[in-house]
Design a binder for this molecule. Structure first.
Ligand code: TPP
Length: 567
C-alpha cells in the first residue's frame, strides 16, 4: 500500500487539530451557540465560525454562564460556556443557578499545564474546588487524547438523570495545548446526550398500581408540577389527568406555565413565593402528587406544606430525588409524562367538590387583588405592572424573571394564559434574568423574550446591553425600578425603629433612569412613570423587534403577596 492510500485509511492525514476536533465535537452534539469571555480557545472559536456555531462574546463570565443557562432551559439541550484560567472562579459563580435549577451547562476552562503547577503560576488558583459545588461532574484533561473519552462523558453527565452543569479543565491557560494537538476526528456523538431528558423510562407496573391506589383513597388530592414535569413535556398528560379526576394543579415556580395559569384547575405556585390561598389548599390536601418536583424548602415552605404525615406520591426521572424529603413517599421512578399517562388508564374517582373548593379559594384571592391590578397610583404599583404585562405578553412569549420579589410578582400575578408561553425564573441568583433572557433569545430567536427584573438585579449585568445591541438580541427588559433592593426595605427600616441612623444607606439606590442608560448603549429605552403609559410602552417595545428597556418607576413600599404558613 502506498503512503497516500495509507494516510487515507486513517493515517496522519486524517488527523485534525484539537481546535477543529473540539468545534466539530460540539457541533455534533447540537451546540450552535457558545457564550464566553476572551481569551479562551481562540483557534477553536475561529473553527466554530467556519461550521456555523455562533460565538456570543459576553462582558463577564457569570453573564456568559447565565446566558448558557437560559439557552439550555429554553432549548432543552446542553449549552456551552467558556473562560480562560483566571476567569474560572467567575464562571463557576455563574453556574450556581444552573446547578440549583438543574440545567445542563457544559463549562470549559483553560488551565496551565502540569509543569506550571505548584510554582506560583500567575493568575491561577486550583479550579476543582471552585466547580465542585456547582457541577455534577468535572474532570481535568491532562492529555488531549483524553478528549475522546471526557467530552462525551461531560455531555453524558450533564444530561442523564437530573441534568446539571459539568466542567472540563483544558490544558493551557486558554486551552491552547488542546488546540495545537493533532487528533483522530471525533467519533460520532450519542444523540441521547444532546438533549434533556436523555431517556424516557416507562413506569414499573407495581409503582403505578401503588400510586393509583393512593389516588383512589384520597379525598383531597393535589398535583404539584415542577421543572422536571416541564422538562419532560408532561403538560398534556398532566392536564388530562387533572381534568378527568378534578384534581387541582399547583406548581413550583420552575413548573409555572405547564398549564395555562388561567386553567380552571390551576391554583397558583406553591411555597415561599406564593399567594396565601395555595399553601392553605395544599396543606389541607390528604394526598400530594409531586410531578418532577424536588420538594426543597422553597416549594414546600420549609417542609410545612405539605405537612409531615401527608400522603405523598412522587413521580421523578431521578431515583435519588424520590422520598428525599418526605419519608414514606410512594415513588414512581419514570418519565413524568409516561407515568401520568399510565395513571390516566386507571379507573379512579373524581373529586368535584374538593376541586371546586380549592379553585374557588384561588379565584377569591385573585378577586381580592383586582383593585390593585387596576391601580392608577403614582408611583406605579407593581400589581398594575403585572396586570399590564399579562395582557401584553404574546401567545408564544418566554418570560424570564429574576429572583426575590421579581419571582413572587411574576409567579403570582403575571398570567400566562396561552399554552405556548414559557416561564423561566432565577433559582436564586440576583441579576440572573437579563443575561439568561439573552441566552433564551439565542435558543428561540423567533419567540418574543421578556425579562422582568428589579433595578437591583439589572445593575449586575448592565454591560450586557452592549451584547444585546451587538448581537441584535431582541429582548424586552421590563425594569421594576424602585431605586432600592425593595424586597428588604421595610424590614431594614424596622431594624432602626427606636434608634438613630440611616437604614436607606444599606438598602436604597439613587434614582437611575434606565431608559437613558439603554439609549447610551444604543438600545431603545422607554421610561414609564404613569400607569396609563405601561400598555403602550409594552406594545411598542414588543413591536420593535429589537432590544428595548422599559423602565417602569414604581413604589418600593408595597409588599408582594405573602405565603401562608401553618402555625
Ligand atoms: C447573588 C445574590 N445576592 C443577594 C441576593 C439577596 N436578594 C434577593 S432579592 C434582593 C433585592 C432585589 O432588589 P431588586 O432587584 O431591585 O428587586 P425589588 O426587591 O426591588 O423588587 C436581594 C438583595 C440574592 N438573591 N442573590
Amino acid at each position: 500500500m502506498g503512503n497516500a492510500a495509507a494516510r487515507e485509511r486513517g493515517g496522519v492525514m486524517d488527523n485534525v487539530s484539537g481546535a477543529v476536533w473540539l468545534a466539530r465535537a460540539l457541533r455534533d452534539r447540537g451546540i450552535d451557540h457558545v457564550f464566553f469571555v476572551d481569551a479562551v480557545l481562540r483557534q477553536t472559536l475561529v473553527e466554530m465560525e467556519a461550521i456555523g456555531i455562533t460565538r456570543v462574546l459576553a462582558h463577564s463570565e457569570p453573564a456568559a454562564a447565565y446566558m448558557a443557562d437560559g439557552y439550555a432551559r429554553v432549548a432543552g439541550r446542553p449549552a456551552v460556556c467558556l473562560a480562560q484560567s483566571v476567569g474560572a472562579a467567575n464562571l463557576a459563580s455563574g453556574l450556581q443557578d444552573a446547578y440549583l435549577h438543574r440545567a445542563p451547562v457544559v463549562a470549559l476552562t483553560g488551565k496551565k499545564p502540569p509543569l506550571w503547577q505548584h510554582r506560583n503560576a500567575y493568575q491561577e488558583i486550583e479550579h476543582g474546588p471552585l466547580f465542585a459545588p456547582v457541577t455534577k461532574w468535572q474532570a481535568a484533561v491532562d492529555d488531549p487524547r483524553q478528549l475522546e473519552i471526557l467530552l462525551p462523558q461531560a455531555f453524558r453527565a450533564a444530561t442523564e438523570g437530573s441534568p446539571r452543569p459539568v466542567h472540563l479543565d483544558l490544558p493551557g491557560l486558554q486551552g491552547e495545548v488542546i488546540e495545537a494537538a493533532m487528533l483522530p476526528p471525533p467519533p460520532p456523538a450519542d444523540a441521547r446526550h444532546t438533549r434533556t431528558p436523555a431517556r424516557r423510562p416507562p413506569p414499573a407496573g407495581d409503582e403505578i398500581e401503588a400510586a393509583a391506589a393512593a389516588l383512589a383513597r384520597a379525598e383531597r388530592p393535589v398535583l404539584v408540577a415542577g421543572a422536571g414535569a416541564v422538562l419532560a413535556g408532561a403538560d398534556e398528560p398532566l392536564r388530562r389527568l387533572a381534568e378527568r379526576l378534578r384534581i387541582p394543579i399547583a406548581t413550583s415556580l420552575g413548573g409555572r406555565g405547564i398549564v395555562p395559569t388561567t386553567h380552571p384547575l390551576h391554583i397558583g405556585p406553591l411555597g415561599t413565593y406564593s399567594a396565601p390561598c395555595t399553601n392553605r389548599t395544599v396543606h389541607e390536601a390528604d394526598l400530594v402528587v409531586l410531578v418532577g418536583c424536588h420538594a426543597g424548602d422553597q416549594v414546600t415552605t420549609d417542609w410545612t406544606v405539605p405537612g409531615p404525615g401527608t400522603a405523598i406520591v412522587q413521580i421523578d426521572l431521578d431515583p435519588l430525588e424520590i422520598g428525599r424529603n418526605y419519608p414514606g413517599t410512594i415513588g414512581v421512578c419514570a418519565d413524568p409524562a409516561l407515568a401520568l399517562a399510565a395513571l390516566h388508564g386507571h379507573d379512579l374517582p373524581a373529586r368535584d367538590a374538593w376541586a371546586a373548593r380549592a379553585v374557588g379559594a384561588f379565584r377569591a384571592w385573585r378577586e381580592e387583588m383586582a383593585p390593585l391590578l387596576a391601580s392608577a397610583d403614582t408611583p406605579i404599583r407593581v400589581e398594575r405592572l403585572c396586570a399590564e404585562l399579562s395582557r401584553a405578553l404574546p401567545a408564544d412569549a418566554v418570560l424570564v424573571a429574576d429572583t426575590g420579589y421579581s419571582g413572587i410578582w411574576t409567579g403570582t400575578l403575571v398570567d400566562l394564559p396561552h399554552p405556548g408561553q414559557t416561564y423561566l425564573r432565577a433559582a436564586g441568583s440576583l441579576g440572573w434574568a437579563f443575561p439568561a433572557a439573552l441566552g433564551a433569545k439565542c435558543a428561540a430567536p423567533e419567540r418574543p423574550v421578556v425579562c422582568f427584573c428589579g433595578d437591583g438585579a439589572l445593575y449586575y449585568h448592565l454591560a450586557e446591553l452592549e451584547t444585546a445591541r451587538r448581537r441584535g438580541l431582541a429582548v424586552v427588559v421590563v425594569v421594576n425600578n424602585n431605586s432600592a433592593f425593595g424586597q428588604g426595605l421595610p424590614r431594614v427600616r424596622g431594624l432602626y425603629e427606636g434608634r438613630e441612623g440611616d437604614p436607606d444607606e444599606i438598602i436604597r439606590f439613587g434614582p437611575t433612569d434606565f431608559a437613558a442608560v439603554a439609549r447610551a448603549f444604543g438600545v431603545e429605552g422607554i421610561r414609564v412613570e404613569d400607569p396609563g403609559e405601561i400598555a403602550p410602552a409594552l406594545e411598542r417595545a414588543l413591536a420593535l423587534n429589537a432590544p428595548v428597556v422599559v423602565d417602569v418607576v414604581t413604589d418600593a413600599l408595597p409588599r408582594a403577596p405573602e405565603a401562608w404558613r401553618p402555625s
